[in-house]
Design a protein around this ligand. Structure first.
Ligand SMILES: [Fe+2]
Length: 398
């Protein structure tokens, strides 16, 4: 016969077992190499082999230690980077070295996006990289096609722009080179048709102490059609607001959550939780000195010091301002990607939202989308009450 105390012990054992199973895998990921090398798209494999990325143990590799607890996740880069250099501040405002080397410089829309034609990112010297940083700060996103770029060079450029983020969970080609590949990221070719009004606009790594600044996505293989990336200017979103609403928002603080979840060490049963950090809701870009809205629908959970209903209402409106105004958006097509002709898109996460458009699927016939992302972390965002909006600074209303 089972006594009450034996039963209670059994229940405890059972719940401990189930907790342990969950703790092993709070975000559904495992450590070490993953067995996806044989599924690499042909163009990606050629590039990785050409540039000596070792695929013999598998591809890609997750970090050796996957954090499970919130306190350990908070400790990652929980400090300013004393060595950070804002490269765009050292640039020639006319960008003569960069533009002089290009055959063409094409603005994709009036307010956001520029394509540079006829030069290789791998050939840029420091003066040109500084000018590129200024161009990204001004135009938000810059596109380079027909790039023969090694993963190592992509990483080197990222290191020039700041401390390269080494994601504690994602698969990487090398430390700091995050793999963006559905077959691996989603454990299968699972891009689904989305019903409803969900778009997926977000900003990368805005929950970090020093959020993502210049971010470089390089596609070495893509589907024949689809998988475009949309970008929206935070400068433009701020300029869409009335001056008195702008004033209301300036100085407010927003709370940003991480994409991934972790457990409270002393309160595991309260369930997985996000990292949360506070940043100004209106930020001033350190290079341009222009004001930008710094919110996004994926990660910003509330505005500090407002009632929940007020915060929800304001955030909903601000995210609609981003999403509905096509004049402050640009849609980048990645095709065509050919052998030794990958496409690089470089943007600044401090002044933008973006989305990978879900109209491709790795299960369909033909080539598959595979990319490497290198993210340079910046500095904690600040708001300068004396700064101007982009329209104000450039005299667009005069
Ligand atoms: Fe992203």
């Amino acid at each position: 016969m089972t006594t009450i105390s034996q039963l209670s012990q059994k229940t405890k054992d059972l719940s401990l077992q189930s907790i342990q199973i969950e703790l092993k895998n709070p975000n559904g990921v495992q450590e070490g190499y993953q067995d996806f090398a044989k599924e690499l798209p042909a163009l990606s494999r050629k590039r990785l082999e050409k540039y000596g990325i070792d695929l013999s143990k598998g591809y890609p590799r997750r970090p050796d230690h996957i954090p499970i607890f919130l306190d350990e996740a908070y400790k990652i880069r929980n400090r300013p980077n004393p060595n950070y250099i804002e490269r765009g501040l050292n640039a020639d405002p006319e960008k003569k070295a960069l533009f002089g080397a290009a055959t063409e410089v094409v603005n994709l829309t009036k307010y956001i996006g520029t394509e540079i034609v006829g030069l290789q990112l791998s050939d840029l010297n420091e003066q040109q990289l500084d000018e590129l940083a200024l161009l990204i700060a001004e135009r938000v996103v810059v596109v380079f096609r027909k790039q023969d770029l090694s993963p190592q060079k992509q990483l080197e450029i990222g290191e020039y722009y700041g401390e390269v983020e080494e994601h504690p969970l994602t698969g990487q080609a090398k430390k700091g080179i995050t793999v963006v590949w559905n077959k691996f990221n989603r454990g299968g070719p699972l891009i689904k048709f989305q019903r409803g009004a969900f778009a997926g606009w977000h900003t990368d790594l805005d929950h970090e102490f020093s959020p993502a600044g210049i971010t470089h996505l390089h596609l070495d293989s893509t589907s024949e059609t689809g998988g475009d990336t949309g970008f929206i200017s935070g400068y433009g979103a701020f300029d869409k607001l009335s001056p008195s609403f702008q004033k209301f928002l300036e100085g407010k603080v927003a709370i940003h959550k991480s994409a991934h979840v972790y457990y409270e060490r002393d309160d595991i049963l309260s369930g997985p939780k996000h990292i949360e950090r506070e940043h100004p809701l209106v930020v001033t870009h350190p290079v341009t000195g222009w004001k930008s809205l710094f919110v996004n629908p994926a990660h910003v959970v509330r505005i500090k010091d407002l009632e929940k209903e007020e915060s929800d209402l304001v955030l909903k409106y601000l995210n609609e301002v981003y999403a509905k105004n096509l004049d402050i958006q640009v849609r980048v097509h990645w095709q065509p990607v050919k052998e030794d002709e990958g496409v690089s898109v470089i943007w600044d996460n401090r002044i933008s939202q973006h989305v990978a458009i879900s109209d491709y699927n790795d299960q369909w016939e033909g080539p598959v989308r595979h990319a490497h992302r290198v993210t340079s972390l910046s500095t904690p965002p600040v708001f300068d009450p004396n700064s101007k909006s982009q329209r104000e600074a450039l005299g667009w209303d005069n």
